[in-house]
Design a protein around this ligand. Structure first.
Ligand SMILES: Cc1cc2nc3c(=O)[nH]c(=O)nc-3n(C[C@H](O)[C@H](O)[C@H](O)COP(=O)(O)O)c2cc1C
Length: 226
């Protein structure tokens, strides 16, 4: 069932080690745009939290014998024995109507700390599998997710025929393999290409473009959620 617009919550999961980075400024700009669009915004800053990136058997109570991570996740979800830091982030994930991953593109993907967050918080038995299925049967069906990223490469390199190739090809494993897999409807990504080469003036303009893009996507998302 839909919530009134004013009650919608966005969870931004941010992964950049430098508070002064463009990526962090972009995240703060996006958070402001979402608040202006009526969202309650929750920010998880993974580096600031010193989030341990690796899924580890020591996080589970039953560590004897063969360790099968997804079976242990399912059991821990059912028994309420997930590691407290994972349970807390899972609760925040399940509360959010809109999930935003905020990150610099590293090796054509998300930074390891964010990948490790997905490994640990997209818990089998709680967001998919167990009582839930996959895709539109998963626990987050009816919710929305989007990527907010920066790149090193320029915009033209990420076009079809460009030196790197179409951006959406690189984002597919996140859009399909992480977001849609657990039920999310995927919104258009918001991207700033090559902020490292910008002047201060261009940086200000780029942040304004981010604010407008996020406002547009957030506005459209409220229209498409029923
Ligand atoms: C480990 C690492 C891997 C990177 N891989 C890519 C890449 O695959 N494609 C790309 O365009 N830029 C890549 N970059 C460049 C970053 O995306 C770029 O510096 C960042 O998005 C700029 O934003 P920032 O100033 O907020 O860090 C990489 C940078 C690092 C540190």
């Amino acid at each position: 069932m839909s919530k009134p617009d004013a009650a919608r919550t966005a969870l931004i999961v941010h992964a950049h080690p430098e508070p002064q980075s463009f990526s962090t400024a972009q995240m703060l700009t996006a958070a402001g745009a979402l608040r202006d669009a009526g969202y309650t915004v929750d920010v998880l800053d993974l580096y600031a939290e010193n989030w341990p990136p690796a899924l580890d058997r020591d996080d589970f109570t039953s560590t004897d014998g063969y360790f099968k991570p997804q079976a242990e996740q399912q059991r821990a979800a059912e028994e309420g024995t997930l590691a407290p830091r994972v349970q807390e982030h899972l609760d925040r994930l399940l509360t959010a109507d809109l999930l935003v991953f905020s990150f610099p593109m590293w090796w054509f993907s998300i930074p390891a700390i964010l990948k490790g967050w997905v490994d640990q918080v997209f818990v089998m038995g709680a967001v998919f599998g167990g009582d839930y299925g996959l895709f539109d049967k998963a626990a987050l069906a009816g919710k929305q997710a989007m990527l907010l990223l920066t790149t090193g490469g320029p915009r033209e390199a990420f076009q079809s025929g460009g030196t790197l190739g179409p951006l959406n090809d690189f984002l597919f494993h996140i859009h399909r393999g992480m977001f849609e897999f657990v039920g999310y409807q995927v919104l258009d990504p918001v991207v700033t290409y090559g902020p490292a080469r910008m002047t201060d003036e261009q940086r200000t303009e780029a942040l304004e473009a981010v604010r407008e893009s996020v406002a547009l996507v957030a506005g459209d998302s409220q229209l498409t959620v029923h």
